[in-house]
Design a protein around this ligand. Structure first.
Ligand code: FES
Length: 131
């Protein structure tokens, strides 16, 4: 089920370890279609993004829920290996340097992680993306 507009629960806060696996969820895009999204933790803070690389719109995780590189420092794209800061989503290496996956509001509170999807921030396709 995809959701947008309201805060909703994604997982237990304990499910997200620093630099560890993320949790996938779905949000509704502006057209009402579901978009893959994910939440991860780094330096104790949770961050959520649309699961689409700004280069060619590939899903970022190289295995389901695996978003970080081996060192747990950067988010890495499964397609061409672009590296993204987990804090900001900024691409720091790769073909989409300076771009970022769309961020999603998120918070860890009372041992749960919640997100709030804004449809306008959830594009289905990106300029130059492959069909
Ligand atoms: S699709 Fe992500 S780096 Fe090319």
């Amino acid at each position: 089920m995809s959701r947008s507009g309201a805060w909703f629960d994604v997982c237990a806060s304990a499910d997200l370890l620093d630099g560890g696996d993320g949790v996938r969820f779905e949000c509704a895009g502006a057209d009402g279609l579901p978009r893959s999204a994910f939440v991860v933790r780094q330096d104790g803070r949770v961050r959520a993004f649309v699961n689409r690389c700004p280069h060619r719109a590939a899903e970022l995780d190289w295995l389901p829920g695996r978003f970080f590189d081996d060192a747990g420092l950067y988010l890495v794209c499964s397609m061409h290996g672009a590296l993204f800061e987990a804090d900001t989503g900024d691409c720091v290496a790769g073909p989409c340097l300076g771009d970022r996956p769309a961020p999603i509001a998120c918070e860890a509170r009372e041992r749960r992680v919640r997100v709030r999807c804004a449809p306008v921030s959830l594009p289905n396709r990106f300029p130059g993306s492959a069909p």
